[in-house]
Every structure is written in C-alpha cells, then in structure tokens.
Design a protein around this ligand. Sequence first.
Ligand SMILES: NC(=O)c1ccc[n+]([C@@H]2O[C@H](COP(=O)([O-])OP(=O)(O)OC[C@H]3O[C@@H](n4cnc5c(N)ncnc54)[C@H](OP(=O)(O)O)[C@@H]3O)[C@@H](O)[C@H]2O)c1
Length: 217
Amino acid sequence: MTTAIVGVGNIGRAVARHLVAGGESVVLAAKGESRAQALAEELGPLAQAASVEAAISGADAVVFAVWLDTMRELITADANLLAGKVVIDPSNPIGFDASGQMSRTLPEGESAGSVVAALLPAGAHYVKAFGTLGADALAASARRDPLAVLFYATDDETAERTAVRLIRAAGFEPWKAGGVAAAGRIEAPSGDLHQYGFNGEVVDLARARSATAGSGA
Ligand SMILES: NC(=O)c1ccc[n+]([C@@H]2O[C@H](COP(=O)([O-])OP(=O)(O)OC[C@H]3O[C@@H](n4cnc5c(N)ncnc54)[C@H](OP(=O)(O)O)[C@@H]3O)[C@@H](O)[C@H]2O)c1
C-alpha cells in the first residue's frame, strides 16, 4: 500500500514523517518538486518524490495536505485520477489576513469536508482526517502513552479502513467523529472536537469517548 502526500508543508511533512516511522510507503508531491524531493531523501527508502499526477496515480490513498482553495483546484484538475482512491482531507476552512489574523473562509455551518466530498468523482472514497491537531502538536504527539487521538469523519467503509490503518501507523489512536455531516466538528476554527475546541489539549481515547458520547459517533 502506498500513500501519496500532496503538499509537504507543516501538515504534509509531519504526516509523511510519522507514516514512514510506522513502516508505510509514501510518495511526496508539492507545487515544486524540490521540497518533496528533499524530504523524500531525508526520510529514506520508504519515501519517494513525484509530480502530483504521478503521486496520485501510483497511490492507494492520497492525503491532500494543501489549503482548501488549492485542494479544490487539484481535485478538479485531477478528478480522472481519483476514482477508486481513498482521499484524505485534513483541511480547515481558515485563512489569514495580512496581519496574520485568522478568519473563517466558509459560511458558519458549512464544513470544508462537505465542500471537498461534493467535488470528488464517483468512486473516490472520502475521509476527513489528520487535521484535528495543530501542526506543531501533530508533529510532537505521535506514539505517546497513552496514545493521542486523531478524530476522523467519513461515510465510506473503504475510506474508514484506510484512515484507521494510517492513523495507527502514524502513532495515534483513531476515533470516529461521525459521517461527513460531522466533519465540521473536527475542523478549526470552531469544531468542538478540534484541538482548539479542547482549549489546545491533545486528547487521549478516554477524553475522546466522553466528548463524542451520545452523538452517535
Ligand atoms: N498548519 C496547521 O496547523 C494545520 C492544522 C490542521 C490542518 N491544517 C490544514 O492542512 C492543510 C495544509 O496546511 P499547512 O499548514 O501544511 O500548509 P503549508 O505549510 O502552507 O503547506 C502547503 C503545501 O501545499 C503545497 N502546494 C501549494 N500549491 C500546490 C499545488 N498547486 N500543487 C501541489 N502542492 C501545492 C505547497 O507546496 P510547496 O512546498 O512546493 O510550496 C506546500 O507544500 C490546510 O488545508 C490546513 O487548513 C493545517
């Protein structure tokens, strides 16, 4: 099984590093190939670099570790490559103004997950995952004792199996927030199951269970 990671910024780098540490093969792609190439060399034989299209074509699952607007563009451009693939979306509907102030980029109540899922071609398997911690916490929290939870949201069994496997391989405990309708709960800036919703705390399974108890997750 090979996972393409498109985008090797804060999130893509951390996911790639954790997956390789867990024995997973990754193919890295970014806007320019040089950063992907440099990271692949640093991570060793389980990591390769490729163009976005080649990375998607050769992978079973694709983590789009890019900003939401970029993801919209890439999914539209590469829709023909995504049928049959598991598409993993860590995006948050946030942007930053010139002074660094964060704001929501979608109307209240509309999740990035619902936007991305609706763009995918038939036959793609969608899951929201790997975005519930800030990048620094994600980078620092793998393989803790007790394990840190990464929440995910999906309506698709194939996507769920893959997300659970990859979250475990990355050194975290997977915990389902619900279907795509629950994606907003695990997105910043206002999701109650995002790290921000726990006031910055990186939660373990006991805390995740109680936070989702009664919600049908
Ligand atoms: N940062 C966080 O704390 C955090 C936490 C949770 C979720 N997220 C979500 O994760 C996603 C990525 O965030 P980030 O902080 O990792 O962003 P980032 O550090 O800015 O990295 C973005 C990456 O996207 C790549 N990229 C841009 N345009 C592209 C294109 N057309 N084709 C292929 N790759 C392209 C860039 O390539 P180059 O390297 O070549 O420029 C870069 O590697 C966002 O949706 C964000 O909402 C972020």
